[in-house]
Design a binder for this molecule. Structure first.
Ligand SMILES: Cc1ncc(COP(=O)(O)O)c(C=O)c1O
Length: 285
């Protein structure tokens, strides 16, 4: 595997990062995950805008994030991933400097790392649906920044695995915030309901795509908290995210959702998502 590190494309085994890197010492960095369908990066501009916002929130001086698209595209080509579906992971940390909590001087340059690998679209999971589990949302109050400080998310995902669930859904103050690596949407009486953007959720690119699809399909949208106590009464619940795409939840902690089968709104949105992917592959998006 060829990866990108600080300006060079090198075999992964040759990529070395300093033990002084602040990503390692303090989780002082941000990341993005892009999907690429048959060599076409999906929603690149949206990912770059979010990356820029994350860098700004952490006050990491980076310059023009447009270079990231070129890096991602080059990785797809060098790893022979243009004829398949792939994901590109990109991480930017504040760089390496002797350990000191406060930021290092301006002479410290950010560390940029990126890699690409194959991505199997979750087609079967969309067809049959998945289960989820609830966990308390004990994360910090800046979940809107895509930082590499993902320990609570990692613990939540591990809890899900131990409970034989596909995803862990965080619950804060009686409302569903988001999954460990997904946003969460519900359907109630034909309306799509999803948590409003706030400092407690990541502004997901897929969430935005799904809301655009709702507009296209005349599905009403309500950005409003989905309450924990209302879960048994929901018609549908589904995960949305770059790698989850649109994934219906059929059961949470033993409680069936709606009919206990994937519902029509998630199905319609999933088909719409496929249409956007097909458009991107043809070079439209
Ligand atoms: C915590 C969290 N929420 C939501 C998402 C979904 O975001 P996106 O659709 O941009 O992949 C992710 C994706 O990694 C995530 O980590």
């Amino acid at each position: 595997m060829i990866v990108y590190l600080n300006g060079a494309y090198v075999p992964k085994s040759k990529a070395a990062i300093s033990p002084d890197d602040r990503g390692f010492l303090f989780a002082d960095g941000v990341y993005e995950v892009f999907a690429a369908y048959e060599g076409r990066l999906f929603r690149t501009a949206d990912h770059l805008t979010r990356l820029e916002r994350s860098l700004k929130a952490l006050r990491i001086e980076f310059g023009d994030v447009a270079v990231v698209e070129e890096i991602a595209q080059t990785l797809l080509e060098r790893n022979d991933l243009c004829g398949t579906n792939a994901k590109v992971y990109l991480q930017i940390t504040r760089g390496a400097a002797p350990r000191n909590h406060a930021f290092p001087g301006a002479d410290t340059s950010p560390t940029i790392y990126a890699c690409a690998s194959t991505f199997a679209r979750p087609v079967e999971k969309r067809r049959v649906g998945v289960s989820a589990t609830f966990v308390p949302d004990n994360r910090w109050a800046r979940c809107d920044i895509k930082t590499v400080a993902l320990l609570p998310n990692a613990i939540a995902a591990q809890t899900a695995e131990e409970r034989d669930a596909e995803e862990a859904i965080f619950v804060r103050d009686g409302a569903l915030t988001e999954g460990s690596h997904t946003n969460v949407c519900a359907a109630v009486d034909g309306t799509m309901v999803t948590a409003p953007l706030s400092n407690y959720i990541l502004p997901g690119i897929t969430r935005a795509v799904i809301m655009e699809l709702c507009a296209d399909f005349a599905i009403p949208v309500r950005e409003f908290p989905v309450l924990f106590e209302e879960v048994p009464k929901l018609d549908e619940l589904f995960l949305v995210g770059t790698t989850a795409e649109v994934m219906p939840i059929i059961e949470v902690d033993g409680t069936p959702i709606g009919s206990g089968r994937p519902g029509p709104i998630a199905q319609r949105l999933g088909e719409g998502f496929d249409g956007l992917v097909a458009g991107a592959v043809e070079g439209g998006a």
